[in-house]
Every structure is written in C-alpha cells, then in structure tokens.
Design a protein around this ligand. Sequence first.
Ligand code: PGA
Length: 254
Amino acid sequence: MTPSPCIVAGNWKMNKTVAEAKSWLARFLESYQPSPRVEVQVYPSFTALHTMALLASDRSIRVGGQNIHDEERGAYTGEISAVQLREAGAEVVLIGHSERRLHAGETDAMLARKLTAAIHAGLQPVLCVGENREDRQAQRHEDVVGLQIERGLAGWEPSAGIPLIIAYEPVWAIGTGMTATPQDAGAMHAHIRRRLEKLPVHIPEVRILYGGSVTPDNVAELFATPGIDGVLVGGASLDALGFLEIVRAAQRLR
Ligand code: PGA
C-alpha cells in the first residue's frame, strides 16, 4: 500500500483579496513541483475560494474553506453551507479552528454537527483541536484535547469512507511565534491516537497535523518527529515563497 501523503496546509484566515490570492498563486506556481508524497492544501477566504479552486485544482493543490454552517440551507444570514462550499470548488474544510471557538463561540456539539454536514456534502473535514495556555500550565492539556476529540467526533459515521484529519494547534502557539517543541507536539499526537482508539467508533485512517507558528525555520524538526503527518500553517503561508519553502522541506524530508 502506498503511504498517505504528508499534508502541508496554508490557512490564510481573513487575509487576501481575490487579486492578492491570484498573485500569490502565480508566484507559488512559478516554482512549485508537485510530488505524490506531499499534499498541498490552501484555505483562502470565501470570496477568493472559487477563483482559487478554478486556478489551482489542476495544479495538484486542494482548496478548502475555513468554516461551514451545519445546516444545508435556510435563514442563516451570513453563513455558508457545506454543499455551497463543495459546489464552489472546495474539497476540504477546517472545522473548529480555535479562532472560531473563541470569537464565534463554536462548541464541540456544533462542531460535531458541522463534521457530519461536511461528510454528507463530500467535503474532507479537518477537525482542529488544541489547549490554551492555562490548560497547558495546569497540566490538563491532554484531558482538554481528549474531550474535544471525543465530543467533536460524536457523530462520526464509520461508513463515510473519508479519512479523518485532525489538526492539533495549541492555542498559545498560534500567531505567537512560540511553536510547541517537537517532543510536546509528538506526545500530543500520540495521545490523540490513543484517545481515538478508545472511541466507540472505529476510524481506520487518521492523519494528524501540527499547527501553531510553523515557519520555514522550524518545520524540519517537526517533520522529523514521528506521528506528525503534516502541518497547518497560518502567518507563514501568506507569503507564497515562504509557504513553498515549507512544502519543499516536506518533499525533501518525507
Ligand atoms: P500560525 O497560525 O501559523 O500563524 O500560528 C496557525 C493556524 O491558526 O492555523
């Protein structure tokens, strides 16, 4: 069996106009050589998603949404459904990024419903989990992340035939320049795998990404850590060439 590719994902958050997204892509594609060992994903704002999907998909880049609503349609002003996102060209979607948990009050129960909505629409969900600084200082980070996994996956359907992707992003490492040590990240990834094995539902294929201040400078040691199947990159993905450096490191090291 060929091993699943390592994933390098860029989360642009609320950055880039359509014109900026196009010029990022043009710069990236000038030097990007796809490799079957590394899957590249980019998460633009909704406004640039369709354009990015049109321009990027035949260049081996999977485009994703940063959020969805859990209903398929209806009176939810300002929201976007999984079906709409899929039709606009997205193949993947972030579920429960810590900024959405914090600023939009997303709960694990809501995320479980979003996960189901994504699967039903044929979108690959990426469930984001991670503890905050107080949880880490109080040594309860494993319990916090364990509960996020358990509750977020409450509705996971084994029949979905979709691999599960989890992004472990410690909140204290996001946008702070304080990345987790490879040891801490590796330990949490191992904990997540153990926790998944205890769930009542069997999930045959799981990939776990690390996110939180990943840069071209620290990515090599993360890729050298067993159990890290890829990275979710925020700030450092905004620069096409910096992101390309991270992709190249993955291609070299995996
Ligand atoms: P960062 O963000 O790389 O800027 O820390 C990561 C993320 O929020 O996905």
